[in-house]
Design a protein around this ligand. Structure first.
Ligand code: SD4
Length: 342
């Protein structure tokens, strides 16, 4: 299609959206709401749909975004078929399931746990770190001790399927992140999961705005499969895997955490929105920042961002095709295939 025709079509669609009040996909992959201050929740990947539905049990009743995001992400955390979050997560190279999670509310309060073992709901421990301690982050044994002292139960999180996948991996012990080619998520991988591969990009990042116009976010993961013991990705790092600024909006990420940490991705997206970029465009700029550091490497990796601003506009962008995000409002529930650079 010629650039001019494309431009005309976009302008035409844009004006249709403007005059009819219909939701349209804008050039920057940003969607615009019809109703202001309507509660809304966004989550990474297909299985975000079920998590959003749970979050809606809070948001739909006028509840707080913080309660909604915690309730929402607990769904994949407890799902043994999801091999990148919580129970059933693929272990590290030593066969240990180590979990990372963080949460942030509308007052810049935040809490995080890193490399936490044997606790089904790291997100709830992260929330307690936020609410009951003077700290932001607890790691490893300290996080576990804190969880146990607060009534959490110690559980074995390594499912037979994930153990089988790990034993399979041990045969070659090759750690080589492979980008997701196609979104085959939320399916048991039957032992075929590869580090960085299709089943390894299932982190759930969830961001929400409640009926009062307040924002919160949560992010939880078992991290990259077969990682070195002690490795922590972007997901539990405030500013990298998640950021919430109640004056501007919120963003969260998924994909190869090392790349997101380097650019403090979610904070970058929120700051770009503060400067006036729509959410989709802000996500795209963050993805481009990753490429500018190392274009050749970026071609081989997946990273995706989603973002929501104060007006209820939302969007997402990824390095590679295959990244989807789930959206729920009082009016609709849908999966959006994010635009991508490659
Ligand atoms: C990590 N960002 O540990 C996580 C992995 C991930 O989708 O998002 N997978 O680096």
């Amino acid at each position: 299609m010629s650039t001019r025709r494309k431009f005309l079509q976009t302008s035409f669609l844009g004006s249709l959206g403007f005059f009819s009040g219909k939701k349209i996909l804008a050039q920057s992959d940003t969607y615009y709401p019809t109703i202001k201050n309507e509660p809304i929740v966004l989550s990474t990947w297909d299985f975000g749909k079920e998590a959003n539905a749970e979050a809606w049990t809070v948001l739909g009743k006028g509840g707080r975004a913080l309660d909604a995001v915690e309730a929402g992400v607990k769904i994949p955390e407890a799902d043994p078929n999801n091999q990148s979050v919580g129970y059933g997560g693929l272990p590290d190279r030593d066969g240990r399931v180590t979990l990372d999670a963080c949460i942030m509310d509308e007052h810049y309060n935040c809490g995080s746990v890193m490399c936490l073992e044997n606790i089904m709901h790291p997100i709830s421990v992260a929330r307690l770190v936020m609410e009951k301690t003077p700290h932001v982050v607890l790691v490893g044994d300290g996080a576990l001790q804190f969880a146990l002292a607060n009534g959490f139960k110690k559980e074995n999180l390594l499912t037979p399927e994930s153990e089988k996948a790990w034993k399979e991996w041990l045969k070659t012990s090759k750690y080589e992140p492979i980008m997701n080619i196609e979104n085959k998520l939320h399916k048991p991988s039957g032992g075929g999961a590869m580090p960085g591969g299709p089943d390894n990009h299932d982190t759930i990042g969830m961001i929400a705005m409640d009926a009062k116009g307040n924002f919160s976010g949560a992010c939880t993961t078992s991290g990259m499969a077969f990682k070195m013991h002690g490795r922590v990705g972007d997901s539990p790092i405030i500013g990298a895997g998640l950021y919430v600024d109640n004056e501007v909006g919120a963003a969260t990420s998924t994909g190869v955490g090392e790349e997101v940490i380097r650019i403090v991705g979610s904070h970058l997206v929120v700051e770009l929105m503060r400067q006036g970029l729509p959410p989709g465009a802000a996500c795209k700029k963050a993805v481009e920042r990753i490429i500018s550091r190392n274009p050749a490497k970026a071609k081989t990796l997946q990273v995706g961002f989603i973002a929501l601003n104060k007006k209820g506009q939302y969007g997402g962008y990824a390095l590679q095709k295959g990244f989807t995000y789930a959206v729920k409002t009082g009016k609709e529930e849908k999966l959006v295939p994010a635009k991508s650079i490659y």
